[in-house]
Design a protein around this ligand. Structure first.
Ligand SMILES: Nc1ncnc2c1ncn2[C@@H]1O[C@H](COP(=O)(O)OP(=O)(O)OP(=O)(O)O)[C@@H](O)[C@H]1O
Ligand SMILES: [Mg+2]
Length: 498
């Protein structure tokens, strides 16, 4: 607006001067021609018209001057306002020439760059205020801004104190549209940065603590389930040991009685055979022998004589079996040695486990054994027995009517593997990730607690082994247990001295 008002004012002044000159010339002419009567009137008229014109123009000039003054005052006020704002803004507002040198800088900028007055910074390279590490990057942005590409960026300032600035380059253009200089606004974000870093630290710390808590929680669940299971095992073990002890006594004397009975019957049969041989040599006692024959026939003597031996042999076998079961029960539980490492025969463990649960298996499945002999494995066998029992019971429970459970073994390098495969209903893929979780069960209440696999998993982990599962719904599942033949140093036999 002032640019528009000024030419008007100038033009008016020029025209008024011109009119004044014309009036002056006319007055001079009037004086010179004072004696000439006819032209005086015309001259006078012209002078009056001109005077009126001058007055009007003068009034217009005055109005324009007043308007101009008003505009200039408003402009000055808004300029002052702007300067005040720039000077008091908490950010640096600065101008940079196309040569990268500072043209001006606000008070906050001077403070930020440790200058006392603007004179110290004016003409210096803007990049002097940027740390060596960031200089190349900012120089590139500066060059781009000079080519009319604005940018926002962060950098570390030069100087002994670590300060982080957030800034921008804004190209300022001239009337022709070319970039004339750059304007920049810089904010000191050191404190915010530090606070953000602290917050990031706290978040990382919290995340770590959280995951530690999660791990602890999982471990707690594991320990809790192990405790439950080992309590269960301990009580089964105690019960088994008690029963075994109780059965052991009668078995002891039945066994010794059987031995005596064997001998007595042998003796008795010997005596009877001797009688039978005498019988034919005493024809005078025919009647007595006839009666004896009748008695023998009535009682099925020949059959009984034969059967006695078979009965005795069967009883002996039965006794052997009971003795073995009692031994297996003791072997299986071995409560007193649940944490004793030893070099043990895994196949023996599987066999004693099979004996203990044979009742559970025999109605629903045929057990096939495809054993490859295994070397002695460093382990806590009663714990492994628990694993085999869990896997075998799971296998049998997965078979709905009748099926096959196959136990395979093998070695691979420094490891042995034991596989328990069933032709049961299989595991749906969505359950596969949960089956080792404590308390995960798909079995009805009372049939499963969901602890078998989680406990088995941690037992195998304690042995530095692993359990693999393959399952096809409708076809069956394979659980494969891998165990190292020797435990790493610090675990196992050497430590316990077992
Ligand atoms: N051989 C298998 N075939 C099909 N599903 C299986 C088999 N083994 C385990 N599962 C699934 O995994 C779940 C968890 O097994 P886990 O042995 O941990 O618990 P459970 O058998 O249900 O109960 P528990 O063993 O405590 O009596 C079972 O409920 C079953 O759904
Ligand atoms: Mg189970």
């Amino acid at each position: 607006m002032p640019e528009q008002a000024q030419p008007d004012e100038r033009a008016l002044r020029v025209e008024i001067a011109r009119l004044n000159k014309v009036i002056q010339a006319l007055m001079n002419r009037a004086e010179r021609n004072a004696s000439v009567q006819g032209s005086d009137f015309n001259l006078f008229q012209t002078a009056i018209t001109l005077e009126a014109q001058v007055r009007r123009r003068t009034e217009e000039l005055e109005a324009a001057r007043l308007e101009n003054e008003k505009i200039t005052r408003a402009l000055r006020e808004s300029e002052n306002h702007l300067r005040l704002l720039i000077e008091n803004a908490p950010v640096s507002i600065h101008e940079i020439g196309l040569d990268g040198r500072v043209i001006s800088m606000s008070r906050a900028g001077l403070l930020m760059h440790d200058f006392k007055e603007e004179g110290e910074v004016r003409g210096t390279s803007y990049l002097d205020g940027v740390s060596a590490a960031d200089r190349e990057r900012i120089a590139k942005l500066l060059a781009e801004a000079c080519a009319d590409v604005a940018s926002h960026f962060e950098f570390t300032a030069s100087g002994p104190r670590r300060r982080i600035f957030k800034s921008c380059f804004v190209p300022i253009k001239n009337k022709q549209g070319g970039v004339e200089k750059l304007m920049g606004i810089t904010e000191d974000i050191t404190k915010r940065h530090e606070a953000e870093q602290k917050v990031r630290g706290y978040v990382a710390e919290l995340t770590r603590t959280n995951s530690e808590l999660k791990n602890l929680n999982a471990r707690l669940l594991q320990v809790q389930s192990q405790l439950l299971q080992s309590e269960k095992m301990a009580s089964i073990g105690m019960l088994a040991a008690g029963v075994a002890h109780e059965i052991n006594n009668p078995i002891g004397y039945i066994k010794s009685n059987m031995q005596s009975l064997d001998k007595y019957i042998d003796d008795l049969l010997g005596v009877l055979n001797a009688y039978e041989q005498v019988e034919v040599k005493l024809p005078e006692h025919q009647e007595v022998f006839l009666e004896l024959h009748n008695l023998k026939d009535r009682n099925g003597y020949e059959y009984e004589k034969q059967d006695i031996l078979e009965l005795l042999s069967e009883s002996r076998q039965g006794l052997e079996r009971v003795t073995k079961i009692v031994l297996d029960l003791k072997d299986f539980s071995r409560v007193e040695s649940l944490d004793k490492w030893g070099l043990d025969d895994i196949l023996k463990g599987i066999e004693s486990t099979l004996n203990v649960i044979s009742n559970e298996l025999k109605y629903c499945c045929e057990v096939r054994k495809e054993y490859v002999p295994l070397p002695p494995v460093e382990c806590v066998l009663p714990l492994l027995n628990q694993v085999f029992m869990n896997l075998l019971v799971n296998a049998s429970q997965a078979i709905e009517t009748k099926g096959v459970v196959t136990i395979r073994t093998g070695t691979a390098g420094d490891n042995v593997w034991i596989e328990i495969a069933d032709t049961g209903k299989g595991i749906p893929p969505e359950n596969l990730k949960s089956i080792f979780d404590p308390f995960f069960t798909t079995k009805p209440v009372g049939k499963g607690t969901g602890l078998g696999l989680s406990v088995s998993y941690s037992i195998i982990q304690q042995h530095h082994g692993r359990i693999e599962v393959e399952s096809t719904p409708g076809t069956g599942s394979i659980f494969r247990v891998w165990l190292p033949i020797r435990q790493p140093v610090g675990n196992g036999v050497a430590v316990d001295g077992a």
